[in-house]
Design a protein around this ligand. Sequence first.
Ligand code: ADP
Ligand code: TRP
Length: 329
Amino acid sequence: MTTTVTTAPARTRRLTGFQPTGQLHLGNLLGALRPLIAAQDTTESIALIADLHAMTMEHDPSSVRRLTLDQATVMLAAGVDPERTPIVVQSQIREHTELHYLLECVAAHGEAARMIQFKEKSAGGGPIRLSLLTYPVLMAADILLYDTTQVPVGEDQNQHLELARTLATRFNTRYGETFTVPEGVRPDSAARVMDLAEPTMKMGKSTGTGRIALLDPPEAIRRTIARAATDRAGLVRRDRENQPGVTNLIDILAELTGRQPADPTSYSALKREVTDAIEALLTPIRARHAELSANPDFVRGVLAAGAAKVRPIAAATVGRARSGIGLLD
Ligand code: ADP
Ligand code: TRP
């Protein structure tokens, strides 16, 4: 007689983090939000607004508060369904900071100090916030708190994810099985959108001048695309090395419409096509954002519900960590 052993598929929980340091832009939408929204039917996700991270550099308190609420509003407007994907503000779950401290007790100073992002961000001179050094440990806490199995990460966050995995494994070895060790994933459809003015750099909230914020008015979008860097080759073709600007425009068009530029075409025709595609994408998001902005209490309610939903998971994890590491109940 043969026995078949069937193992239940492992539960998947994904955590995507956003820093409220600026307006969400086309890169965030195509690289992070759309994959999150597309996976809502099949994958449990948490969308985390990492407001504590926004304080690791010089910050303006009122703009962090405003951007936190606004990012949540944009997420809803873009199609995040809070019933399936809780939107969570990091600072509203106290366990993030508690677990941060406990993880600092298994992290070494040298591990934090060698993070590339720390070196880059601290290179400019002037006072460096201690929280900038310890921020990857807080990010590890964000991830481990929710028994996250998958973390969508861009290259710049790989090292931080590795640290989270190292700390989880070390804690488990020293103090008993406590944390799920997460994997980094690249969602199937994730695109990497480059800055339109400086197409060798990724579009970012605070870098570059060729950024399309999701709430930019149509004239601003038209202008940004009209000014997008191209080249003198005059050929509409993908060649990331020699024609990064044109390649970026082609990739954005393909991501939005699933098609290649009309052929034969010119740079100005390509830009027109991209402008139309972005307009078609963003017009409904802007309209929905305007509706939601008229009702900030609704958005705050969504955040409160998101927090209520994930808090028990966070409390259970911190409970395990506290007892493993030697704290009284
Ligand atoms: P930013 O770099 O704009 O500050 P975050 O670091 O807050 O953005 O990242 C939020 C999410 O958006 C991450 O999942 C990140 O990989 C994704 N993301 C950010 N910029 C881009 C981009 N230019 N193209 C694709 N995805 C991006
Ligand atoms: N540090 C991430 C970034 O700069 C944002 C972030 C904060 C994050 N907490 C996270 C990402 C947890 C993934 C998981 O992009």
